[in-house]
Design a protein around this ligand. Structure first.
Ligand SMILES: O=C(O)CCC(=O)C(=O)O
Ligand SMILES: [Fe+2]
Length: 379
């Protein structure tokens, strides 16, 4: 048997919940240098002892398996959370120069504003030119054309990267409205991150749904005509995890209390007519929805594009319209302290009259959700 055959065997054991047999097959696949098996196995180790997982991943990197240092740093950053150091970014840098596209993107993103940022853009041009092109980062793409090579001061660059990482959660709102806890933050998420998320997830778009007020089941309805990608755990990458982490710090609500994020696309007069985000209704279907973390107490909207007209988020009862620019985040409450719908939170996504509006929405509940517990078991 080869690595892939052992890996397939492991997946079958997992589907039958036979975890010891699955781990044994994963170990065998990993011995063949199977990278997916190696990453899965590291995750199993991580649940027991993070240090064992880190050691294992470092060893597998030394044995030539790509992607392992990227996984090591991701586990540390989002699931274990000792502060990352310059040494961790050096590990990512090793992946980047070996051609690991996501590692290049992370470093490219965090080096924004450094004179040698183009070093990582040039790496992307070398290893994933189509991706650089599709990201439509015109300034950087032009700089790459003129970039002669290799005089970058990598130590200085990585120290800068590390400082940017620490600055990611420091933001002050430009607008606050006490009545429903509105906070609007400008430029929280980078253009690169916004473009990358839409680019990566748009193949999964499907029509949006709403809860049927009688049965509670998901139905299509004229009230909400956008397309949607529910960002399930399978879709999570560094950038989605980072947004979860930033929203946690802006809202003061643990990521464990989140539903999975949604990517939404509106074009050609698509809209979300005035509504409440709170879940109100009676019957078994509503009980089921509410049993997973209780009420939706807060909403966080991240704006990923701004080259469209119309499409403002409007609060008609407050006379407020928000036009988000790329990377802005809007937060508001849906539910009162006494346990009722916050009437003033009534809001809409106005029709888009030209261009395409992309946003991410995140709903935060009263307590941990199934999603939160599955993705962030360590916290
Ligand atoms: O599109 C918008 O601006 C608002 C979206 C919204 O209200 C929602 O998804 O619940
Ligand atoms: Fe809403």
């Amino acid at each position: 048997m080869n690595g892939e055959a052992f890996f397939q065997q492991a997946l079958q054991h997992f589907s039958r919940q036979n975890i010891p047999a699955a781990n044994q097959a994963l170990t065998q696949a990993a011995q063949f240098g199977h990278s997916m098996a190696t990453l899965y196995l590291a995750e199993q180790y991580f649940r027991q002892r993070p240090d064992d997982a880190y050691q294992f991943l470092q060893q597998r990197w030394n044995a030539g398996v790509k992607g392992t240092l990227h996984r090591l740093v991701t586990l540390k950053a989002f699931f274990d959370e000792p502060d990352l150091t310059v040494a961790d970014f050096k590990l990512l840098h090793s992946e980047a120069i070996a051609g690991h596209a996501e590692s290049i993107l992370i470093l490219l993103n965090l080096s924004d504003g450094h004179k040698d940022q183009v070093f990582y853009a040039a790496l992307l041009q070398r290893f994933a030119p189509r991706l650089l092109h599709d990201l439509a980062l015109h300034d950087l793409t032009n700089q790459v054309k003129e970039y002669a090579e290799q005089n970058a001061d990598i130590d200085d660059l990585l120290e800068y990267v590390c400082r940017s990482w620490f600055a990611r959660t420091h933001h002050e709102p430009v607008l606050t409205v006490e009545k429903i806890g509105i906070k609007l933050y400008r430029k929280v998420i980078s253009q690169l991150c916004c473009n990358y998320i839409t680019l990566r997830l748009q193949p999964h778009l499907q029509p949006s749904m709403v809860h049927d007020p009688v049965t509670g089941k998901g139905i299509k309805n004229d009230i909400r005509t956008s397309d949607i990608v529910p960002i399930t755990p399978d879709h999570l990458d560094w950038f989605c995890l980072e947004i979860d982490m930033i929203l946690e710090s802006l809202t003061g609500i643990s990521r464990k209390r989140g539903e999975s994020m949604n990517l939404l696309r509106y074009k050609n007069h698509q809209e979300y007519k005035p509504h409440y985000d709170a879940i109100v209704g009676q019957g078994p279907e509503f009980d089921k929805i509410l049993s997973d973390g209780g009420q939706r107490v807060k909403t966080a909207i991240t704006y990923l594009s701004d080259n469209y007209t119309g499409g403002e988020t409007e609060f008609p009862k407050l006379g407020i319209r928000v036009k988000g620019n790329v990377g802005d985040v809007l937060i508001f409450d849906n539910w009162t302290r006494d346990g009722a719908t916050l009437r003033d939170s009534y809001h809409s996504g106005r029709p888009v009259t030209q261009g395409t509006k992309w946003i991410l929405t995140k709903w935060l509940r009263e307590s941990s959700t199934h999603y939160g517990g599955m993705v962030y078991p360590m916290k």
